[in-house]
Every structure is written in C-alpha cells, then in structure tokens.
Design a protein around this ligand. Sequence first.
Ligand code: IPE
Ligand code: IPE
Ligand code: MG
Length: 253
Amino acid sequence: MSTGSDLIMSPEQRIPEHVAIVMDGNGRWAERQGKPRTAGHRAGVESVRRVMEVCGEEGVRVLTLFAFSSENWKRPKSEVNLLLDLFLVALNQEIRRIDKRNVRLRVVGDVSAFPHKLQQRIVEAERLTANNDGLLLQIAANYGGRWDITQAARGLARQVQAGKMDADDIDEDSIGRAMCCSDVPDPDLFIRTGGEQRLSNFLLWQSAYAELYFTDVLWPDFHEAEMRAAIDDFAARERRFGLTGAQLESSSC
Ligand code: IPE
Ligand code: IPE
Ligand code: MG
C-alpha cells in the first residue's frame, strides 16, 4: 500500500506505478454507430491491448482494468452472457500475446460466480504467466469495492473469532492487508473513460489518494495517444497527501 511517505515525485514517480481504469462507454460507442452494444464490448478488447502495451512501454508496474462489476449482473441476461463469453474468448486469444510481452495476469473479484470453464481458464492463464516480471495486468471481474471491504472485514472477524487476533489490533494496515491486491501499491492514477464522473464501486478503499482522471473518450476510442495524455496529466499533478504545498516544497529542498 502507498503510505504517502514518499511525497516528492522524482522523475520516475511521474510515471504512475499503478493505473486503474474504469473502461466505460462500450455500449454508447456501438449505439452511435447503429450497432448492437455487444459490438462495443468486442471493440473494447482492442483498447485493452493498446493500453496494456503503452503501460508496459512507459514503465507502469500495475494496470488494473474494471471489466465487470458486481452490479453488472443486473444487465439483460443476453448482455451478461455475451460479456462472460467474450472474457473467455479474449483470454484464449490474448494470453499468448500477454505472455510474450512478459505480462503477468491476475483476475481480481469473486470469480466463484463464473461458469466453471471460465474459472478454469483464468487459473490456467494466471499459472502460465505467473513467472513473468513485466507489467502486472489485473482484470477486475465480478469485483465491487464494497464486496472487497466486506470480504476483508469477514476475514478479520474470523481471525478474531479463532483467537488469532485481538479486535483492538484492527487498524488501517490490517484492513488494507485483507483487501484485494494488498501486495501491490495503491492506484496512483484512476482513469474513467466514457464521460461519467463517478467511481461505480471500483477500488474504493485502495483509491483513497489516487489522482482522478475523467475523459469523455469512449473506451473503444481510448488508444495509445489517450493513454499517454492521461500519464502526462498525472505527471503535472501535485500530490499532497494532506500536507500543505509549502511543506512539500520545504521537504524537497
Ligand atoms: C463498459 O461499457 C463495459 C462494462 C460495464 C462491462 P458499458 O457497457 O457500460 O457502456 P455504456 O456506459 O453503456 O456506454
Ligand atoms: C462500471 O461501468 C463498470 C465497468 C466498467 C466494468 P458501468 O457502466 O457499469 O457503471 P455505471 O452503471 O454507469 O455507474
Ligand atoms: Mg457504462
């Protein structure tokens, strides 16, 4: 987890270590072209590929993509099924390219709700890329920030119940460790495409100090230039983590 202790951004830190993206706007992209929403989801896979490559080239260490939220089950069954099928197809099609680029894949979220075949493929893909030491690509699927906080709370409660932990020892660190992705730094840059300015239940705990970047560009149109523009925008931000600007300046002298 980021602590905010490294307050001054060195030139390398101007590249976000962890980028999280709410990939939104697939449906509207398709509808604008008179196509079914599913065409937008398919086109979105190409943006994933492009953004992954830019992040690898720029030295981003972790890229977390919101692919399917815990609320997306409420969509029409046909769209949910298409999204699950597409996930499986994309995994099959892209895993070799991902592996070849030295990218490690990890799926975060409650995958137990997915069809068995998809769960199996996820395990295989994670296993295949487990030793890659380039970019870590995290796909958030059946993920929700509130689900994440709930599962962390349940895990800690179980430890207290089993006598392995004292309730008084529950603090921000122990909760943080019980959350998903606790082995990677918190997101530095949180991007949402598609024009909406909301979190939609993504990485609520982990994004406490993320820099937010909203763009009207719809996800299927979010390509290399758009990703680089977001990274450049991040580089110009002053992250204060609760301090004053003057404090930051004096600590940089
Ligand atoms: C994001 O695009 C993809 C998922 C939520 C799975 P949308 O499908 O939400 O596209 P819009 O927001 O309706 O345009
Ligand atoms: C957020 O997009 C979820 C994903 C991108 C996977 P939504 O389209 O589901 O979010 P809302 O409904 O506009 O908040
Ligand atoms: Mg949407």
